[in-house]
Design a protein around this ligand. Structure first.
Ligand SMILES: Cc1ncc(COP(=O)(O)O)c(C=O)c1O
Length: 447
């Protein structure tokens, strides 16, 4: 028996004796090499052979895992939620943020308990101005308004642009897009038109045609880590989109809700390419930080500045000063950057694991996109497969996945052969539940 076979036999025994369960990681090369007194390269070759035999799958820099998902019995005891878009609960900095709140109240005393300006806390707006500059957003702090989450930023922009009876024109959205925006448009009686968003981005010829033939007033767009697809636009596309918007005098509502997830400084927001004050630029502190503090910010083109402040005042007078003060302290002390590094590393590990599972287990007619950074996996199923039946079946196994129909303007069934799976809120070890998702898809494909 060769040394490689010896290692394989040892590993197969570990598996047979159920010392490692389906979806779990096998011991590292070094550990096995030491135990069996063989070279690490030999162990690696044995692992590779077991991978080729589809017994294991490899997560780059993450080790080897046993193929397959947890059993039904194992899964029925806990619920796995791929539907809700929320941060990993283990990453929420409860203690550090409580400390920041206490320090802020101590420092500002009564000042934070009074009404504040609808614009938001001056100190936070100045801090954000500097921070935004590092991300390629050049503005003055007087053009930044603090909002109750990105959600309020989007709502304010839509309200200011579309609620005036003299303001005609339609809203262009990507299809698919963030469902709440479609609901807001409905609520505000705004006519929406869609343009397809796919892996390549947006077709610029189609965009120009829409601008030529329709009265588009504003374009709501999520350039990076798009919700729901997870795609990000290429830089050359971004520049061209801004040029076209300028040419046809279309305003941009740029939702950069996951800007902090981008560590690559070469990727820039649309706002960077806009030298003509066309862009309402929106940020969030929810998905990478704490959704419950309800903080976001909007950079407003100067000519809409007064109307936005008026709307913000009418809605809720101002955003809570205590939360703003604590966020300002958190950013200035460097704790925010440290936190973001941790979040980025955690989501990257989850995505790598998800990619390895999907690459290994997916049937050929299932197409999937796993980004390098972000929150979403986007699966596209063949036309004959019932997405709803898969969702129902998975729900019986306590795996929650939402239908994709609410990401679209129309009821065109063909568009909706997708599943969006959000990995951020799932514990790292439960990403293996993707195995069960794939099995459910395969079952549906063959019945
Ligand atoms: C694309 C997008 N924009 C904005 C929001 C709202 O973010 P916030 O919690 O900051 O209001 C969400 C929330 O899921 C989102 O997915």
């Amino acid at each position: 028996m060769s040394k490689i076979e010896l290692v394989k036999e040892y590993l197969m025994n570990v598996i047979k004796q159920e010392k490692v369960k389906k979806g779990q990681r096998l011991p590292g090369c070094r550990e096995i090499a030491k135990k069996l007194s063989v070279n690490k390269i030999t162990v690696n070759k044995a692992y590779k052979e077991l991978e080729d035999e589809h017994i294991l799958y490899c997560v780059p820099r993450g080790g080897y895992y046993l193929v397959g998902a947890e059993t039904k019995e194992e899964l029925t005891t806990k619920s796995i939620d791929f539907q809700t878009v929320k941060p990993d609960p283990t990453l929420i900095p409860y203690r550090a943020f409580t400390h920041a709140m206490n320090r802020t109240i101590e420092e500002h005393k009564k000042a934070l308990f009074d009404y504040d300006s609808p614009l938001g806390l001056t100190a936070l707006r100045e801090t954000l101005k500097e921070r935004f500059e590092q991300d390629g957003i050049y503005t003055s702090s007087s053009q930044i308004l603090i909002t109750n989450g990105a959600q309020q930023g989007i709502y304010l922009a839509l309200k200011v642009l579309f609620s005036n009876s003299s303001s005609s024109g339609k809203l262009l959205v990507e299809t698919p897009t963030y469902s709440s925006v479609l609901n807001m448009a409905k609520h505000l009686n705004i006519d929406c038109i869609g343009i397809e968003r796919n892996a390549q981005g947006i077709n610029l010829e189609d965009l120009e045609n829409i601008f030529k033939t329709e009265a588009i007033k504003a374009f709501y767009i999520i350039p990076r880590h798009h919700n729901p697809t997870g795609y990000s636009l290429l830089e050359k596309n971004k520049k061209k989109i801004v040029e076209l918007c300028y040419h046809y005098q279309v305003l941009l509502i740029e939702d950069d809700y996951l800007a902090d997830l981008g560590t690559d400084k070469r990727t820039l927001p649309l706002h960077y390419y806009d030298t003509n004050q066309l862009t309402f630029y929106i940020r969030s502190f929810s998905k990478t930080f704490i959704p419950g503090i309800r903080l976001g910010a909007i950079v407003v083109p100067s000519r809409f500045y007064d109307s936005i402040i008026e709307q913000k005042y009418l809605l809720d007078i101002s955003t809570s000063s205590i939360q703003q003060g604590a966020l300002d302290f958190f950013i200035k002390s460097g704790m925010y950057d440290q936190h973001i590094k941790k979040v980025n590393a955690c989501y990257k590990r989850k995505l790598l694991k998800a990619k390895a599972i999907l690459t290994h287990m997916s049937p050929i007619n299932l197409s999937f996109h796993v980004p390098k950074q972000g929150l979403f996996l986007w699966l596209t199923l063949p036309a004959q497969v019932s997405v709803n039946r898969i969702i129902e079946k998975l729900a019986q196994n306590n795996i929650r996945i939402g239908s994709s129909s609410h990401f679209y303007i129309t009821d065109d069934v063909e568009q909706k052969q997708n599943l969006r799976l959000c990995i951020s809120g799932i514990p790292e070890e439960d990403i293996t539940a993707l195995g069960t998702v794939i099995e459910a898809i395969k079952y549906e494909m063959h019945h």
